[in-house]
Design a binder for this molecule. Structure first.
Ligand SMILES: CC(=O)SCCNC(=O)CCNC(=O)[C@H](O)C(C)(C)COP(=O)(O)OP(=O)(O)OC[C@H]1O[C@@H](n2cnc3c(N)ncnc32)[C@H](O)[C@@H]1OP(=O)(O)O
Ligand SMILES: N[C@@H](CCO)C(=O)O
Length: 348
């Protein structure tokens, strides 16, 4: 077969999975039908042993080779020339999968504020439905950071021996009150927007800018802002740190919507790997895969000790740490360290 595209273009393919099977949620609610947008890079080999499943973070999308370009791509650690890489836009997110702006089959109208609560375990169940649909009998590596790490952990428990390696970055087995507090402050900002409550895609957009500004302070570290945002000239106001946060808020509000953000922040809050499983340790003990938990030394949101807890309580777990001034977002930035940590993990 003559491929008309260049090797790289050939390897990236966009798909949509339409599930007609209902998704029964942890809350007891039912998502009657849903669709998942997902991107694949590379080809599954004959024995299906080269599947790398990537789970994106809160505002991520399925284009993993874009936002993780230092880790995924031609000549990178996960190379489509030898790996089959798949990344799904998580349920609730506005990058192509079913979300609050999607049409509710019961009403024929968009869900808006009637969209059901989703937990990381619900999102993992939707990924499992796609895995079954793809007849993917085994997964070489399941890798995700932050919210993506929460979903990956939930799925790793259910996958049993079908999963060989789980790589969990800057995440947790049970969301801390600290993270819940940050997310609640962000939802308060969104809810304070006068447009919140309206049935328009723009609802809460201005509040989302403030929510992102709050979030950025948890995703970075004082040393990071000191390095990048210290003012050189003497001034009384209009500081660099102020314009940076305003900019980041505007930048997110241009590419994401407040309803998805509000929904997925509640998803992040609800993570409890041990729920109905006898506690987090018992749940971690059910993971058959090798587990690499990677913390960030300056992460003020998902603390390094939460990654250490995952490693210490998994049957085949180990902990490694990224050293960075970037804080929580280092898992999206420190590609050289990530590649080195992964190299040593797979060599063992
Ligand atoms: C397109 C997508 O991302 S799709 C979704 C997938 N993305 C994800 O999963 C992660 C979402 N992305 C992120 O969290 C962040 O962008 C990261 C962590 C990946 C990258 O962070 P960094 O590269 O450190 O960028 P940083 O946070 O320093 O911001 C740099 C930006 O702020 C701007 N900036 C820096 N300082 C200031 C300032 N004082 N005032 C105004 N703007 C400023 C820069 O010009 C730059 O703008 P640009 O992004 O338009 O080029
Ligand atoms: N800053 C990243 C990670 C958050 O955990 C995002 O916006 O998705």
């Amino acid at each position: 077969m003559e491929f008309l595209l260049s090797p790289r273009e050939f390897t990236m393919i966009e798909h949509t999975f339409h599930s007609e099977e209902p998704l029964v949620l942890e809350s007891g609610q039912v998502l009657k039908s849903y669709h998942l947008a997902y991107t694949t890079y590379g080809l599954l080999n004959p024995d299906k042993s080269n599947a790398i499943w990537v789970v994106h973070a809160l505002t991520g999308n399925s284009h993993a080779a874009e936002w993780w370009e230092g880790l995924i791509g031609d000549g990178k650690f996960f190379d489509p020339a030898s790996h089959f890489i798949i990344c799904v836009n998580l349920l609730g997110s506005s990058y192509g999968s079913t979300n609050p702006l999607s049409v509710n089959p019961d009403t024929g109208q968009s869900y808006f504020y009637d969209f059901p609560q989703l937990t990381p375990r619900d999102l993992a169940a939707s990924l499992e439905a796609l895995r079954i649909h793809l007849h993917l009998s085994q997964i070489h590596t399941l890798i995700g950071g932050s919210l993506g790490g929460q979903v990956a952990l939930e799925w790793a428990v259910e996958l049993g021996k079908k999963l060989k390696n789980a790589v969990i970055l800057a995440s947790t087995a049970k969301t801390s009150p600290w993270v819940i507090g940050f997310n609640e402050a962000q939802r308060m900002a969104i809810e304070s927007d006068p447009s919140w409550g309206s049935h328009t895609p723009e609802a809460g957009k201005k509040g989302l800018e403030t929510a992102r500004a709050i979030a950025m302070l948890s995703y970075r570290h004082p040393g990071d802002l000191k390095k990048k945002q210290t003012d050189t000239e003497e001034k009384l106001e209009d500081f660099r740190a102020a314009s940076y946060l305003r900019y980041q808020g505007q930048k997110l509000a241009k590419r994401f919507n407040a309803l998805s953000y509000w929904t997925l922040s509640k998803t992040m809050d609800s993570q409890d790997l041990g729920r109905n499983r006898g506690g987090a340790v018992a749940a971690l003990q059910c993971i058959e895969a090798r587990v690499l938990a990677i913390g960030v030394n300056t992460d003020l949101l998902f603390l390094p000790e939460e990654s250490q807890f995952i490693a210490e309580n998994s049957k085949r777990g180990q902990y490694k740490e990224i050293t960075s001034t970037a804080g929580h977002d280092a898992f999206l930035i420190e590609f050289e360290q990530l590649s080195a940590l992964l190299t040593s993990f797979y060599q063992e």
